[in-house]
Structures are given as C-alpha cells and as structure tokens.
Ligand binder design. Structure first.
Ligand SMILES: [Ca+2]
Ligand SMILES: [Ca+2]
Ligand SMILES: [Ca+2]
Ligand SMILES: [Ca+2]
Length: 173
C-alpha cells in the first residue's frame, strides 16, 4: 500500500512538473508544414521566431541542434496532447503524419478477430498490417481493439490508413 502511494505521488509530481514548464506559454497555432517555410523538413530558429512556437522552441528541440525536426515536433505534440496547441487540428496533423507512414490496413475486422471474441487482441494484431495502428486504434487503452474502435479509426482516416477493401468493409459495417 505504501509503495502504491509513493508511486502515485511521484506520478502526480511528474505531471505537475510537465504542466508547469508549459504553463503561461502561448499555444502553438500552426502545423509543421506551415512553419517550415522553405520546406527543408526542419523548423529553423528564423522560421520560428515570429510565431507562437518560439517560446516552446528549446523544449521541442531535444537534441539541441537549433532546429526542430518533424519527429521532435510530433513527439512534443503527443507528449502534451491538448495542452500546447490551440486546436486539435494542429496536434491532429502531427498524429496524422505518424499514422500515414505505416503499412495500410488490408484486413477486415472479422478476419482479424480469429477467435471471434469481438475484439482484436494484441496477439491477433501481431504480424499483421494493423500492428502499428493498434495503439492508435485502442482509444480506451484496454489493450484490445473493439469493432467500434476499428471502424471509427478507418472511417476517420480513410485511405490514408486503409486499402480500398478494408475501407469498404468498414463503411459497410
Ligand atoms: Ca525550414
Ligand atoms: Ca532538433
Ligand atoms: Ca479476438
Ligand atoms: Ca479498446
């Protein structure tokens, strides 16, 4: 019991610290592409300095090379979901950049749910195209993907994450 209390105290302290470092900063209102003026894949200090992202620059630039890579930008957005961006579109753009890099989903829900439990388990997702998507699909974080989670995800992101057949079968369910 004591151990548990200590762990939750540490957790609470950590999340407080994470909040504090971002507190009072203007929220980021531009996505990566619109900040990277010369489209070289990095946000330089010059590109950032007249934007809201400027105050966050040193927090985002974790390898301290004085430019923000797409990975650094996405990691920061995900770490601080809902806290550092003005609207969900900005953090969503980081999220979307991530999931569209994965192999596209080819299978239907029923062909993945081998044991017909109504859920795709981690084991069932393993070795399939959906394994990378799994964590993003599992919105309620119960380590299994329900049909509703599966269909909602595919409908929301469409051809960016799914092949035509998978999309069609999601739309029909
Ligand atoms: Ca640039
Ligand atoms: Ca950097
Ligand atoms: Ca199953
Ligand atoms: Ca779930």
């Amino acid at each position: 019991m004591k151990k548990l209390t200590l762990a939750s105290t540490i957790l609470a302290t950590l999340s407080l610290a994470a909040c504090a470092s971002n507190q009072g900063l203007d929220k980021i209102d531009s996505d990566f592409a619109s900040l990277d003026n010369d489209s070289d894949g990095f946000i330089s200090k010059v590109e950032a300095d007249d934007d809201n992202i400027w105050q966050h620059f040193s927090n985002i630039d974790t390898n301290m090379d004085n430019q923000i890579s797409r990975n650094e930008f996405n990691a920061y957005m995900q770490l601080n979901t809902g806290k550092v961006a003005t609207d969900s579109e900005v953090s969503e753009s980081a999220f979307k950049a991530d999931i569209t890099k994965f192999d596209k989903i080819q299978s239907s829900f029923s062909s993945l749910d081998n044991d017909k439990s109504g859920y795709i388990s981690v084991e069932e997702a393993d070795d399939d195209d959906i394994s990378n998507h799994f964590g993003y699909m599992d919105v309620n974080k119960d380590k299994r993907v329900s049909k509703r989670e599966f269909v909602t995800y595919i409908k929301k992101y469409g051809n960016a994450v799914a092949e035509d057949d998978a999309l069609k079968s999601a739309n029909n369910s």
